[in-house]
Design a binder for this molecule. Structure first.
Ligand code: DPP
Ligand code: ZN
Length: 886
């Protein structure tokens, strides 16, 4: 397979102005008539027309109504000697029922759906399937009325009616030009929750959420999230809904989370369906942010789209940033905003930092790819969002809003680049650091890898001054041996040893300021001297995680305890606890023996007790502080990783916290477990989260002490719970503590929810991700795959079992006998024949193999090589394993 390179971009040789599509929908053979008006792009030297296609049966090609001569070159349909402007008619058929890749037109539970991003439209018809070709679409759908009563496509329904032989049709016109990746159709037996809303500007809109008939009672939260999204984008950024009708449709077979097709978003059911009996607080939160995300794409993605797929983060980084801000803005309490920020950073550090340090590391704007589907990554999405967030930090919230306004004014209706975006934000804010530093700032787009920021502080009593020096560096990544310095905004505050926030005054400044200051680092090494300090301060560096970097600062334990107890910045307060826990973990990992059994010191345990019993702190924040850094995050801090050792130490830490804080967990549980009538608001969901982690530790403590009271109470809680969050937390406590009551509880859970696919996913996932005790998880996973409810073809189900094990359960996967790796390679190969995108995602589970200690390292490499040696591998999977081995 050949690599596509960013520098090879050239404008298309033809433009497509209009597309008229007529579908005769049939699962085995769908006929697609495609009538287009094209014209030569006068700015490009004449070339033949090359249309992309994939797995299509071509029946007819007419140019201006006449049979035309054409040829096939690989998958492309090539036509020479075309006039400057012409009509092209192409008739093809395809087979949706056999489409297990779930790209293009496919069938899920007797309903037709499409997925066209990034390159799925070519599986529907021959086309210039690239995002810079934007056309006006008219779509007619025809199908049997009884089997497919609902016929949907982008835009407005302009005509519908009956046809002979029990068939009917619907005609849709999209008022906006769009690239082919935003095309969508849906046809099947669906029902809709509808709501008419009036936007702030007075315009009326019809909002619809389509699901299968039995799921209508699970659509209220998605609808509310959609309404909030419409109102928020208009209020915060002045971006109104531009359509009369906005539709969301849920499908249970979907490769990704959801898709922002213009006016017709298609969603994985996981991000639509929720009621209190079936969905957890986390599910509610995810639905809100994904509904928001796809809705916000209506501007950042659809109205202004990407010139080419290297610019993917133009829409994804920006839209993740927007959905993060949306979720924060919906929080009434500032502390709830901080909780959301901590959760977002945790995702970045546990998933994106490893990606940036591994074989798939790539810049936010990549330079090349073999298969674009492999670049829908945490780097493009989450790191991309951090880059946008740094821009906001550098120009201020109001300045950023001005920048967004200019961006959309300048580029509405266009397909543009990351450079265009950064330029608009800078141009709207000419007197800011961002504008002055723009070329250097844009290294965040071009250089891969996570920068390290080493900070060092020296206090000088004689001059009452404190000097902080920073040195930034960034390790080589594939294809990038050396890096230039980044622009790093560092939000900083100073605390006294007593925990009070100190005024900040830099040398040469006339006055001190209160609270957080933003330092903008631009050089490899930099120094700041703060004056007017009577004693050595405790620096609170990188407040709110103001840049996606690894901060090394040689804090003393006492300083971290001060920050944990007092930092007015909740992020750094949480971070101080994480640093203390990480430090204990790394020490215990390095010193096998007794230290490894009781890794936590008294001071840390006391600090955790203070947090747990704190009268003012939020329950949600407490839960975050009491959650130890994940095994994956701990492993990232090590040069050589023994996953068994990491697991053993973290489990020992949890056991120690469980026993040492037993009375405190009891109190936390008693105070928080009753949250009254269910609502998924931040306060009550925080209390449920804290009660849940308390219950887990009470069961872990019972495991050590032989106590039967708490496991019994937990089972009762599981049975009586009035919502899924409480029920699932109780089940998790029994499973994670390895209690004998877990088995009957699991059986009962399955019995209650056997008809709720998303809940059964949880049931599978909990078991495949449970703590490994003596190698028991792999045999269990193999057994789960034989369960009648298991199907490898359904991506959600495959993820719930196979990914929960391979990507979510390191100690169970990394077995000394290598059986976990053999299982992984078998599944990658099996999935690759069904669904290459899902297979390639699973292939990433061993990205970090080269960090492993022996015997894991060699065995993992062998398993990857085994996959790579397979003939007929998809280019998706081939790209991943090839990069892993190089
Ligand atoms: N563009 C889609 C999204 O919203 C891809 N799944 O992220
Ligand atoms: Zn997106």
């Amino acid at each position: 397979p050949i690599a596509i390179r960013r520098e090879d971009y050239s404008a298309p040789a033809y433009w497509i102005d209009t597309v008229e599509l007529t579908f005769d929908l049939d699962p085995a053979k769908t006929r697609v008539l495609n009538r287009m008006r094209l014209r030569r792009n006068p700015e490009v030297a004449p070339e033949p027309l090359r249309l992309d296609g994939d797995e299509l049966n071509l029946a007819r090609v007419l140019v201006d109504g006449q049979g035309a001569s054409f040829r096939m070159e690989a998958d492309q349909l090539v036509i020479d000697n075309l006039p400057d402007a012409f009509e092209l008619e192409i008739f093809t058929t395809c087979c949706p029922i056999k489409n297990t890749k779930l790209m293009g037109l496919f069938v899920s539970e007797d309903t037709f759906f499409t997925q066209c991003e990034a390159e799925g439209f070519r599986r529907i018809t021959y086309f210039l399937d690239r995002p810079d070709v934007m056309a006006s679409y008219t779509v007619t759908l025809r199908a049997t009325k009884a089997a497919y009563p609902v016929l949907l496509s982008n835009g407005n329904l302009v005509e519908q009616g009956d046809l002979p032989e029990g068939r009917h049709f619907a005609k849709w016109v999209d008022p906006f030009r769009k690239p082919s990746y935003l095309f969508a159709l849906v046809a099947g037996k669906l029902v809709a929750r509808e709501q008419q809303i009036k936007a702030r500007n007075g315009r009326e809109h019809l909002l619809q959420v389509y699901v299968r008939a039995g799921d209508l009672d699970k659509t209220e939260h998605a609808m509310n999230s959609l309404i909030n999204s419409v109102l928020w984008d208009e209020a915060r950024f002045g971006l109104p809904l531009d359509l009369d009708r906005f539709m969301i449709v849920a499908t249970s077979d979907f490769n990704m989370g959801a898709m922002e097709n213009k006016g017709l978003n298609i969603f994985n059911t996981k991000y639509v369906l929720a009621n209190q009996a079936t969905a957890t607080d986390a599910d509610y939160g995810n639905i809100e942010s994904v509904v928001g995300h796809e809705y916000f794409h209506n501007w950042s993605g659809d109205r202004v789209t990407c010139r080419d797929w290297f610019q993917l983060s133009l829409k994804e980084g920006l839209t993740v940033f927007r959905d993060q801000e949306f979720s924060q803005d919906l929080c009434a309490e500032p502390s709830a905003r901080a909780v959301k920020r901590i959760e977002d950073v945790r995702v970045l550090r546990t998933a994106q930092f490893p990606e940036d340090a591994g074989p798939m590391a790539h810049p936010v704007r990549p330079d090349s790819y073999i298969e674009i589907s492999n670049f829908y990554t945490v780097t493009i999405y989450e790191k991309g969002a951090e880059v946008v967030r740094m821009m906001q930090t550098l120009v201020g919230r109001k300045g950023f809003e001005r920048g967004i306004t200019l961006y959309f004014e300048r580029h509405d209706g266009q397909a543009v680049t990351c450079d265009d975006f950064a330029q608009a934000i800078a141009d709207a804010n000419p007197d800011t650091e961002l504008a002055r530093l723009l070329p250097q700032f844009k290294r965040w787009y071009s250089q891969a890898g996570t920068p390290r920021l080493a900070a060092h502080g020296v206090y000088d009593a004689a001059s009452r001054s404190y000097t902080l020096s920073f040195v930034q560096s960034c390790a080589p990544t594939p294809g990038q041996a050396t890096k230039e310095p980044f622009v790093i905004p560092v939000n900083l505050g100073l605390l006294g040893a007593d925990g009070r926030e100190l005024p900040v005054q830099l040398e040469g400044e006339a006055e001190a300021t209160q609270g957080t200051r933003t330092l903008v680092l631009t050089r490899a090494g930099e120094q700041y001297t703060f004056v007017g300090l009577d004693a050595e301060p405790v620096p609170s560096i990188l407040r709110g995680f103001s840049a996606p970097v690894i901060l090394d600062y040689d804090y003393g334990d006492a300083q971290l305890l001060t920050l944990l107890a007092n930092d007015p910045d909740p992020f750094n307060r949480w971070e101080a606890g994480q640093r203390l826990a990480l430090r204990a973990a790394l020490r215990a990992i390095a010193e096998p023996g007794v230290a490894g059994e009781q890794p936590l010191g008294e001071a840390f345990i006391d600090a955790m007790r203070s947090v747990l019993r704190h009268p003012q702190l939020d329950a949600a924040f407490k839960e975050l502080v009491l959650t130890l850094p994940s095994e994956t995050y701990i492993a990232e801090q090590l040069d050589v990783v023994d996953p068994q050792r990491v697991h053993a130490v973290r489990e020992a830490m949890r056991a120690q916290l469980a026993s040492a804080l037993f009375a405190d967990w009891e109190q936390a549980y008693e105070q928080n477990h009753d949250t009254g009538a269910y609502t998924p608001d931040p306060v009550s969901s925080g209390r449920r989260a804290l009660a849940g982690i308390a219950l887990l530790h009470l069961c872990l403590a019972a495991r050590a002490s032989g106590d039967v009271v708490w496991p019994g109470k937990t089972l009762q809680r599981f049975k009586d719970a009035g919502n899924m969050t409480d029920r699932f937390n109780a089940l998790n406590a029994l499973v994670a503590s390895g209690h004998a009551l877990a088995a009957p509880a699991l059986a009962r859970f399955h019995q209650i929810f056997k008809d709720e696919a998303l809940v059964i996913d949880k049931w599978f996932s909990l078991q495949a991700g449970a703590p490994d005790r003596g190698g028991d998880i792999l045999p269990l996973v193999k057994q789960l795959m034989k369960h009648p409810d298991f199907s490898i073809k359904n991506p959600n189900r495959a993820r719930s079992v196979i990914f929960s094990y391979c990507s979510g359960n390191p100690a169970a996967l990394h077995r000394p006998d290598a059986a976990g790796y053999v299982f992984w390679s078998d599944r990658v190969i099996e999935l690759d024949a069904i669904n290459p995108q899902v297979a390639a995602r699973l292939a990433r589970a061993l990205d970090r193999w080269s960090k492993l200690a022996e015997p894991y390292r060699s065995a993992a490499r062998e398993a990857i090589a085994r996959v790579a040696a397979r003939p007929d591998l998809s280019k998706d999977t081939l790209e991943v394993v090839t990069r892993a081995l190089s």
